[in-house]
Design a protein around this ligand. Sequence first.
Ligand code: TLP
Length: 374
Amino acid sequence: MPAILQNVNNNQWFDKEMQMEFIDLRSDTVTLPTDEMRQAMANATVGDDVYGEDPTVNRLQEMMAELVGMEAGLFVASGTMGNVVAVLTHAGRGDEMLLGDLAHTFLYEGGAAAGLGGVHPHILPNEDDGTIDLDGIERAIRPENVHFPTSRLLCLEDTHNRCGGAAIGPEYLDAAARLAHSHGMAVHLDGARLFNASVALGIPAAQLTRSMDSVMICLSKGLGAPVGSVLCGTRSFIDRALRVRKVLGGGMRQAGIIAAAGVYALEKNIDRLKEDHANAARLAEGIDSIPGLRCTSHDGSKVPTNLVYFAVDGATVGDPSLNADVLSLRLRKRGVLANSLGSSNQMRMVTHIGISSADIEQSIAALRSAMEET
Ligand code: TLP
């Protein structure tokens, strides 16, 4: 796909073979910096961040720490790096981390926690709303015994990507943290889309993180910055995380150039996430009106955000061979990019700053026509 997609006009994807512009709903990671954001980057004051001397990086770290009510922040290259640095700072070789079987850290981070840090993942079933049953967590925590790994860390995710982008509220997060803390464990929150949760629930981000020991927030998803995430925690946690980041090769130098986009995003792009949620809700409604499609992220069972997941059932429209992979290709021919989750016969569409309400109507029309293709 990258071979035939090229970026033109700064904000449109263009397929050279098909001479077509695309509505890109594959992820909110595909967003491109606006002219104003690029201007902020060009004007950034920079210094050597490994010496701690980049004022823009320092500002970004302080802003994020304040937003999540924590003492300090650390700018990292990606969400994956932020989660890995967090796990390796909290836990050592042979220690165990408890996490959901649908957690991004478990599914999509190349096994980094085990591969790089020797941290043993112990997975528990995620509920449909992204939580993990508290009794299940309690049963999974190991007693002190020479045979067992030490249960050191609980990892949670909010919003929960594979659970339909569900926003998890503070009551659950507080209760899970209380349980983990009572057993001497730390809690890390993968808050790649934390501000989507905060906006959807109508509460400050700090209310979601008040019981957490660390949180990672992505700048390069709904917030629209091109690169980076921030890991936050106590001052002493971040001091230790700084060393882990350096060991992983993540000590960047004049990183203020990219941190400036993050500062801009925190100032301008949080409130507008509600537009993405409204677009997602309209998309979900449209999907549910199409025979053979059933939206699972907006089914009333959880708090939805900007991720729209839906099941494809070709058999109900008389075409058993019509699955998520086939639908994805048919959509592409119609100028809409969306990811198939393959064998589970689910698809995901993600709304973001590059998607307008007109794009949503066009995508619904494309879905309808793709489902009716014979
Ligand atoms: N998620 C990506 C893919 O990796 C699946 C996406 O398109 O949604 N935590 C969560 C909850 C995420 O969804 C992601 C990215 C990450 C961490 C990792 O962030 P990056 O891509 O910056 O390493």
